[in-house]
Design a protein around this ligand. Structure first.
Ligand code: NDP
Length: 337
C-alpha cells in the first residue's frame, strides 16, 4: 500500500517537500475491522488548515500522519458484520491506497444512483455546504441579487444554481475567461466576472445595479473589498471560506477594514454568519440528497469534475487548488471498482 504523509509544515504556499510518499505492507483486518481500497480521494481547501500547527475548528494533522481526505472506497476484505466485500463506501481514508476501518462513519453508496466521484462533490460535502449555507443563512428570495466567487468550483457552482432555482439573480466570480464562460454558459449564471481583470470592482458594481442581497463568502481578499460597498440593507453573508488567505503569512494588505465593516453591519443591518457544514448534517443531509439528486436528474443543477490520476499526483494537484489551477471539483482517481 502507498500513502502520502505530512512531511513538514508549509510557510506560505505548500510545496512538494511538505509531502512524503511512503510504502507499507497491506494490512489485514482484525475481528470487527474491514479493509478499504480507495477508488477516489477528494482534495479540498480545508486541508491547507490541517497542514498548519494552529488548531482551527479541528486538530491539525501531525507530522508523519497520513494527509486527511474524504474518499470513496471498495471493501476488499471484511471481518465486520455490516460490511461485505464489494461494498462501496464513503469513508475518510485520507491520501492512501488502502486503509483499515472499524466501520465508524462509513456510508454505503449505491453505484447505480450516481457516478461514484459525485459523492465527494456535488452530492457530497461541497454540494451540501452550498445547500445548507445558502438556504439556512443566505435565504435567497425571488428578485434578489446573489454574488459568489470560486463559482466554477463545487461549492460556488452549486450556490449560484440553487439561488437561481429560488428565483434570485446569480453573479459568479471566477479566475480567467474559460472558467467565466463555463459559469455563464454551462451553469446558467446571469453574469460571470473575472476577478483578475484590472477593473473588476467596477464591473461588479455595474453587474449589481440594485446592490447585493446575498454574498456567499468563499474567498475574502480583493473579492470581499469589491463586494463590500454594494451590500443592501438586510444583506445576508454566509461566511463559508476565505481561500485567498489560506497561504497568507500575515494580515491582508491595505487599511484596517474593521471599523468600516462594523459601521455597515450596524447601519445596514447586515447578517454575517460563519459556519462549518457539519453543524447542519444531522438535520439537513437527507433533504439535500433528495433535492440535489432530483435537480441533477432534471438538468437543473450541473457540475464539473477535475479528475487527476494517481496518488503520487495528489500533492501537485492540491498545491494548484489553492492557486485556482483546478477547474471543477478536484478528485484523485486511484482505481476502479
Ligand atoms: P474550489 O474547487 O472552487 O477551489 C478553490 C478555488 O478558489 C480555486 O479554484 C480558485 O478559483 C479560487 N481562489 C483561490 N484563490 C483565490 C483568490 N486569491 N481570489 C479569488 N479566488 C481564489 O473550492 P471549493 O468549492 O471546494 O471551496 C470553496 C470555498 O468553500 C473554500 O473557501 C473552502 O474552504 C470553503 N468550504 C467551506 C466549508 C465549510 O464548511 N465552511 C466546506 C467546504 C468548503 P478561481 O480560479 O475561480 O479564482
Amino acid at each position: 500500500t502507498r500513502r502520502i504523509v505530512l512531511a513538514s509544515r508549509p510557510q506560505g504556499a505548500p510545496t512538494p517537500e511538505n509531502f512524503r510518499l511512503e510504502e507499507a505492507p497491506l494490512p489485514q483486518p482484525a475481528e470487527g475491522q474491514l479493509l478499504l481500497k480507495v477508488l477516489y480521494l477528494s482534495l479540498d481547501p480545508y486541508m491547507r488548515g490541517r497542514m498548519s500547527a494552529a488548531r482551527s475548528y479541528t486538530n491539525p494533522t501531525e507530522l508523519g500522519d497520513v494527509m486527511p481526505a474524504g474518499t470513496v472506497a471498495e471493501v476488499i476484505a471484511s471481518r465486520h458484520p455490516d460490511h461485505a466485500v464489494g461494498d462501496i463506501v464513503l469513508s475518510y481514508a485520507g491520501w492512501q491506497t488502502h486503509a483499515l476501518s472499524d466501520g465508524t462513519g462509513l456510508r454505503k453508496l449505491d453505484p447505480t444512483f450516481a457516478p461514484l466521484s459525485t459523492a465527494l462533490g456535488v452530492l457530497g460535502m461541497p454540494g451540501f455546504t452550498a445547500y445548507a449555507g445558502l438556504l439556512t443563512i443566505g435565504r435567497p428570495r425571488a428578485g434578489e441579487t446573489l454574488v459568489v466567487a470560486a463559482a466554477s468550483g463545487p461549492v460556488g457552482s452549486a450556490v449560484g444554481q440553487i439561488a437561481k432555482l429560488k428565483g434570485a439573480r446569480a453573479i459568479g466570480i471566477a479566475g480567467g475567461p474559460e472558467k467565466c464562460a463555463f459559469v455563464r454558459d454551462e451553469l446558467g449564471f446571469d453574469v460571470a466576472l473575472d476577478h483578475k481583470a484590472p477593473d473588476f470592482p467596477e464591473q461588479l458594481a455595474k453587474a449589481c445595479p440594485e446592490g447585493v442581497d446575498i454574498y456567499f463568502e468563499n474567498v475574502s481578499g480583493k473579492v470581499w473589498d469589491a463586494v463590500f460597498p454594494l451590500f443592501n440593507e438586510f444583506a445576508r453573508i454566509p461566511v463559508c471560506g476565505l481561500i485567498a488567505s489560506y497561504n497568507a503569512t500575515g494580515p491582508f494588505e491595505g487599511p484596517d477594514r474593521l471599523p468600516h465593516l462594523m459601521r455597515d453591519i450596524l447601519s445596514k443591518s447586515l447578517t454575517l454568519r460563519g459556519f462549518i457544514q457539519r453543524e447542519f448534517v444531522a438535520e439537513q443531509f437527507p433533504d439535500f440528497l433528495r433535492d440535489m439528486s432530483t435537480w441533477i436528474r432534471d438538468g437543473r443543477v450541473r457540475y464539473r469534475e477535475d479528475i487527476v490520476d494517481g496518488l503520487e499526483n495528489a500533492p501537485e494537484a492540491f498545491i494548484g487548488l489553492l492557486q485556482g489551477k483546478n477547474f471543477g471539483k478536484l478528485v484523485v482517481r486511484l482505481g476502479q471498482p
